[in-house]
Design a protein around this ligand. Sequence first.
Ligand code: NAI
Ligand code: HPV
Length: 525
Amino acid sequence: MPKVLIADKMNPKAAEIFRAAGVEVDERTGLSQDDLRAIAGDYDGIAIRSSSRITTDILDAAPNLKVVGRAGIGVDNIDVPAASARGVVVMNTPFGNSITTAEHAIAMMFALARQLPAADTSTQAGKWEKNRFMGVELTSKVLGLIGAGNIGSIVADRAHGLKMKVIAFDPFLTPERALEIGVEKVTLDELLARADFITLHTPLTEQTRGILSAEAIAKTKKGVRIINCARGGLIDEAALKAALDSGQVAGAALDVFETEPAKESVLFGTENFIATPHLGAATTEAQVNVAIQVAEQMADFLTTGAVSNALNVPSLTAEEAPKVKPYMALAEKLGTLVGQLSEDAPTAVSIELEGAAADLNPKPISGAVLAGMMRVHSATVNMVNAPYLAKERGLDVREVRHDREGNYHTLIRVSVTTRAGERSVAGTLFGSAAPRLTEIFGVKVEADLDGHMLYVVNVDAPGFIGRLGSTLGEAGVNIGTFHLGRREAGGEAVLLLSVDDPVDETLLARVRALPGVKTARALRF
Ligand SMILES: NC(=O)C1=CN([C@@H]2O[C@H](COP(=O)(O)OP(=O)(O)OC[C@H]3O[C@@H](n4cnc5c(N)ncnc54)[C@H](O)[C@@H]3O)[C@@H](O)[C@H]2O)C=CC1
Ligand SMILES: O=C(O)C(=O)COP(=O)(O)O
């Protein structure tokens, strides 16, 4: 039974869903990094929010880990490249808390415009300072969005209802999408110069870190109000403090901080500064949404292989997964075969799908081919990290789908290019589930690729099979199945034998010494 750790506070629905799906769950929140490292090895999956950090050392301590699920959006607390390299799928829930977070940004905007927190504190202190809290109207003001994705566009929609003019800086925003969400696409400098309110809605990346730097803040319209419900690190906090003190910035509301939990900050106590403790996603509705979704996605993946909302592997629906699985098994066997038979490092691999296979999602199939090929040299390769490793090694990977149906109702062909040229193997599914080799390097051979096998290329001549059988028999190696194919009578013949025991180097040398043998290799599936 797969086992999952819920490492951050999550709605109880998550645990219910895991258990109902037959997944064992431990809920242990508030773990230190050392504690998490100590227990990570027990789990197939870890579900988190923004508090836990899934770093390289946690991944290294978790050899059984297959999936990290983020009940929320931002994954900057997960080392995604390190997870990919170790074959761990990373999933998030990209929409479950977006409305809630957009609403928090709007709430912050109102709180800034009317100084609600300070007015509340003053009033409850019995001061009745009616003349101190002069606010500004939102109507007709310019709202500048930095980042106009899911949350940014919901903020734009709500701001239109408040009769604001919305402009956006987002290099990936297309003119069509800008039109659709009713925002004017501008450069960052233009946004800084024009906005009365600026709200941030980008992920924290190398490009966005410090996007509101001292230099950028200096370019803002005097009296701007800034809201950050995205990520700490997007704003230079010391520069913001200086700009609030000088009056360049009339107010700032932060939900997120460079260092969290933010128990202290240069900004605390500054006039016109409002803080909340990373509450953007903290509503009942959002937390139910993300808890249900992350648990369903992780349980589906662990029990059926379905992949949704993964950041480092292509999606595979619960409906597709059972159809694609036998193909992945075939693809992996073909990859393992070419991997074992390649004398040289391949420079290119092409994966062709024909007949029924052509209707399937090719990504998991090509991932399985690459995993099979590369696992020959590294035991830790799987279909998640194989495409990344292939890219790293400069392997040119092509996927081709052919509508035509050949001799087989369904076929996968894997062609590998090395310095020696291009060679290909092909296979089909028998009874729609059993992988079967159909062709090896241009020779038709039908064989199951299973267990220990011996591959021999020889010159077709009478008496060879008998001599080979005797050589194996003398070494005490029992033949299970025997498959033979040849290019033409008297030409090159290919023999694939399944054997009950491994064929060692001494026996291989004896096979290679038989008259007519060109190649002999021991294979393992
Ligand atoms: N405070 C909280 O509790 C929450 C915070 N968040 C944060 O909000 C962020 C945004 O979430 P979504 O809108 O759902 O993500 P999204 O991926 O839909 O949108 C992000 C937008 O940022 C844009 N972007 C990327 N690089 C940029 C750059 N260099 N300059 C300007 N724009 C850039 C992208 O093109 C995209 O349109 C998340 O990454 C997360 O960090 C999300 C949920 C809750
Ligand atoms: O979804 C996100 O990106 C968030 O920042 C929400 O964080 P949380 O799950 O509330 O710790």
